[in-house]
Design a protein. Structure first.
Length: 572
């Protein structure tokens, strides 16, 4: 039987007992009410009638007056209709006969006296008969009340015992299995799967016990079948991590160090036993390297290890599951060899660029001399050749200049000469320098620079070089007879923004994030538009070195807008 049916049966049984008890109470109450009603209705009224008849007869010793006769006549008539006891009817008839004789002899005192005495005796007889009946009926009512008390008390006691037993035992019937099940579940949560429940019942608890036992057996089987493989995989992963040449540190979501391979331990200067399981910020208080790894987001680090300076790249990976971060892995890759090669490359480029500038300058000087008529006349073909040589020399000189600037940036030897200057000075210098190229393509440069703008704190030469580069690119990508907009305005409260906008074909969005990378060139550019891929990268380095920002917006068919910001000169 199910728990639901058991509850229905128990509660239904209690309900039936309550109904029986209430029914008995109602039955006996009705019996007592009926008995009391019979006494009041029949016997007590007869006593009242007799009392009134006697009072009327004894009102005086002489003849009965009209009022006395009327009182006796009314009450005698009522008595005749209220005969309820055996023998009461015969006495009532005798009283009626005597009353008729009294009325006939009412004026005869000799006859009236004995008739009064006889009538009084008959009335007393009727009253005595009803008083005896009242006593008898009272005994019957008492018996009924006693029986009712016993039966109702018995039913109430039985009902109380059943309800008490139900109240005491049923909560335990429900709570004890739940308590046992809760304890077993707690054991299972502690990975103790050898748990079995024996509910000896055929209800839902029995089914629950069987389902729980099946679950624990399956969990135990799963644990035993997977534990060995999990431990093996864990050991293999630890071995792989320890054999890697990169330093690897694992943290959980609470910044507790989970693991650190041998390379990481060697760099930090602590053993794995000293790191694993500890709160990383606590260790960082006494370890500079770990503090830098946790606090700073530097992409490259210089670390003194193995008695020499080494360079490492830092990479931080977040471990996510279902959108929640559960840990972090910090990886340090040794890039010392690549750093040395990069420095050698940079030095080589700087040296070659520097060495090339002198012969290129000599070539340009020679071209100037050849163009002088005092040296000699040149024909049209020779002049065309000289112009081609001049263009190539100018292009070579520009490339070597950019290579030298990039070498300064990469080697950290970039020198800035900060000063205070009005933005219009930068704009005028750049526009004059680029005017010849703009005129050749019939491009108009529309300058909007307010005279009331505050001075900027910047390197005039480097900033002008950046603006010239942006204007040169805008002219290259503009159509003939178009307009390039150069706007200078306030940006926030402490910055001035320089922006250059062209109306060319624009740049595809997929290339915007790479425009400032070194040696990157936008695909499908014409030979005239293509450059070294260094100009924007150098411009970015120059602006960021002055605590500014450089940005780009572009839309296909609507042109591009390049902008950079500089800090305004602080007020004295």
């Amino acid at each position: 039987m199910t728990i639901k049916n058991k509850l229905r049966t128990g509660i239904g049984f209690l309900f039936i007992l309550a109904l029986i008890c209430c029914g008995l109470s109602v039955y006996f109450l009705n019996r007592l009410s009926a008995d009391a009603g019979m006494i009041l209705k029949d016997n007590y009224k007869t006593l009242q009638y007799g009392q009134k008849i006697l009072s009327a007869m004894d009102a005086n010793s002489g003849p009965l007056n009209k009022a006395q006769l009327q009182t006796i006549d009314v009450n005698l008539n009522l008595q005749q209709h209220n005969v309820t006891e055996p023998g009461e009817g015969k006495l009532t008839d005798s009283l009626t006969t005597l009353y008729n004789k009294i009325k006939l002899s009412n004026n005869d005192a000799v006859q009236l006296a004995p008739l009064r005495i006889q009538a009084r005796q008959v009335v007393y007889g009727i009253m005595q008969l009803n008083m005896s009946a009242i006593a008898h009926k009272n005994d019957i009512a008492k018996g009924t009340a006693n029986r009712a008390t016993v039966l109702v008390a018995f039913c109430a006691a039985f009902l109380f015992l059943v309800a008490f037993s139900f109240a005491v035992n049923f909560p335990g019937y429900i709570a004890n299995p739940l308590k046992e099940l809760t304890g077993r579940i707690k054991e299972v949560s502690n990975r103790n799967y050898h748990q079995q429940i024996d509910f000896k019942s055929d209800d839902e608890f029995g089914e629950l016990g069987q389902a729980f036992n099946t679950m624990t057996r399956k969990l135990d089987e799963f644990e035993n079948s997977n534990l060995a493989s999990i431990l093996f995989e864990k050991k293999r992963i630890e071995t792989i991590i320890n054999t890697m040449h990169d330093a690897i540190i694992g943290l959980d979501e609470k910044l507790i160090i989970i693991f650190a391979n041998e390379v990481a331990c060697s760099l930090i200067g602590l053993s794995a036993e000293q790191l694993n399981g500890r709160y990383a910020p606590d260790v960082a208080l006494e370890n500079d390297l770990l503090r830098n790894l946790l606090v700073n987001d530097q992409a490259r680090l210089k670390i003194f290890a193995d008695n020499r300076e080494s360079f490492y790249s830092r990479e931080s990976l977040s471990v996510n599951t279902k959108g929640k971060v559960i840990g972090k892995v910090i990886i340090l890759k040794n890039i010392t060899e690549y750093q040395q090669l990069d420095e050698a490359k940079t030095n080589f480029i700087a040296t070659i660029s520097h060495e090339l500038k002198t012969p290129i300058s000599s070539i340009k000087m020679s071209l100037k001399l050849l163009e002088d008529a005092r040296i000699g006349e040149v024909n049209t073909e020779q002049r065309q050749l000289l112009e081609n040589i001049d263009d190539d020399a100018r292009r070579l000189l520009q490339i070597t200049g950019e290579l030298l600037d990039m070498a300064q940036v990469e080697t950290g030897k970039l020198q800035l000469n900060f000063g205070s200057t009005h933005p219009k000075n930068i704009v005028d210098y750049a526009v004059r320098a680029i005017k010849f190229i703009a005129d050749q393509k019939q491009v108009t440069i529309d300058v909007k620079c307010d005279e009331n703008l505050p001075d900027v704190h910047a390197d005039l030469d480097k900033t002008t070089w950046v603006l010239i580069n942006l204007l040169s690119n805008a002219i290259k990508y503009s159509h003939e007879k178009s307009v390039v907009e150069l706007v200078v305005k306030k940006h926030h409260s402490d910055e001035i923004e320089f922006s250059v906008k062209d109306h060319g074909k624009g740049i595809e969005e997929q290339y915007l994030s790479r425009l400032f990378d070194r040696y990157f060139k936008v695909p499908n550019a014409t030979g005239e538009q293509a450059g070294t891929g260094l100009g924007l990268a150098i411009a970015k380095d120059f602006i960021e070195a002055q605590s500014g920002k450089i940005m780009v917006d572009s839309e296909i068919g609507a042109g591009s807008r390049f902008a950079f910001t500089l800090k305004r000169m602080a007020m004295a």
